[in-house]
Ligand binder design. Structure first.
Ligand code: SAM
Length: 240
């Protein structure tokens, strides 16, 4: 997969050299390039913003550098992703869908956002998705770009050492949040790992995990239980 990110702070994307995404890059599974939007300006001050038409506070990103940047980095097969708090909420289903693409281009806004004509024009040439990380406002799209990239890249075939861990986690096929997890020691600061997890009884462990997942989802995200996924009955997945 190829990913291009356009930003006025391309150094934000240096974090991708760390951890698993860095390994995916090193192995050739992933090519990521960050581009400085200011490289697509032509004035002495490398201006990327201006005052908003209609008045109001803040500055808006000018369309010309964005147009040139997208022309330069987005090929015919690109999906252009525009992080914005007014976008559709980004979910695991989106990550799964985007993991099947060849080329993603992330356009990171700043200030009050990007002139709408950039998105409207890009939509005539590429598939454009305006996505939101959640109901809060960040200063720029770079953190959202990092989040999208990490969520997508860990789904690329061959990325995860053990692909089973992608099945057994929050927002997976059963639509539930993950059950609580524990490791050694069995007792820590007087708190014990639940007995059942040390029992070796795989059926009991699977049932316990499913019940905890259901409980946790009902408590924290009851909206997830209203979706038509298959998670309502007990029992949970069969242990190997
Ligand atoms: N004026 C915009 C509004 O009210 O919708 C907010 C602009 S925000 C200060 C600047 C940039 O941060 C946005 O263009 C977007 O790239 C990014 N951003 C902020 N919040 C975000 C969120 N929840 N999800 C994704 N991107 C976000």
């Amino acid at each position: 997969m190829r990913i291009d990110v356009v930003s006025i702070f391309p150094a934000y994307l240096d974090a991708l050299d760390l951890s698993l995404a860095g390994r995916a890059r090193a192995s050739g599974l992933l090519q990521v390039q960050a581009h400085d939007l200011r490289d697509f300006t032509h004035d002495r001050h490398r201006t990327v913003d201006d005052t908003p038409y209609g008045g109001g506070a803040g500055m808006v990103m000018r369309p010309e550098p964005w147009g040139e940047a997208l022309d330069a980095v987005a090929g015919d097969d690109a999906v252009v992703i525009v992080p914005t708090p007014s976008g559709r909420p980004f979910t695991q289903r989106d990550a799964e869908r985007l993991a099947l693409e060849q080329h993603l281009v992330l356009a990171c806004g700043r200030y009050e956002g990007i002139d709408q004509r950039v998105i409207d024009h890009a939509s005539t040439r590429w598939r454009v998705e305006e996505i939101s990380l959640g109901d809060f406002v960040l200063n720029g799209g770079e953190v959202a770009a990092l989040a999208v990239i990490e969520a997508v890249v860990r789904l690329l075939p061959g990325f995860m050492g053990n692909p089973r861990s992608l099945q057994e986690e929050s927002h997976g096929p059963d639509g539930l949040l993950e059950y609580p997890v524990y490791t050694k020691p069995a007792v820590w600061r007087g708190l014990e790992v639940p007995e059942v997890l040390r029992s070796g009884d795989h059926g009991a462990i699977a049932r316990w995990r499913h019940d905890r997942a259901l409980e946790r989802t009902a408590e924290r995200r009851p909206d997830l239980l209203e979706r038509p996924d298959d998670h309502a009955d007990g029992g949970g997945p069969e242990a190997p």
